[in-house]
Design a protein around this ligand. Structure first.
Ligand SMILES: [Zn+2]
Length: 41
């Protein structure tokens, strides 16, 4: 199973069939990205 991951918020966007485990980086649609604010110190 392949996974498409958002390179901005690291969430899983979609899955696709693949013989091996693969991770592709993409970005969410504008407005749907749940960008993590991890630097809220
Ligand atoms: Zn995102």
């Amino acid at each position: 199973m392949g996974t498409i991951v958002c390179q901005t918020c690291n969430c899983t966007i979609d899955h696709f069939e693949d013989e091996k485990v693969t991770r592709l980086y993409s970005t969410c649609k504008s407005g749907e990205c749940q960008k993590a604010d991890e630097d809220l110190d």
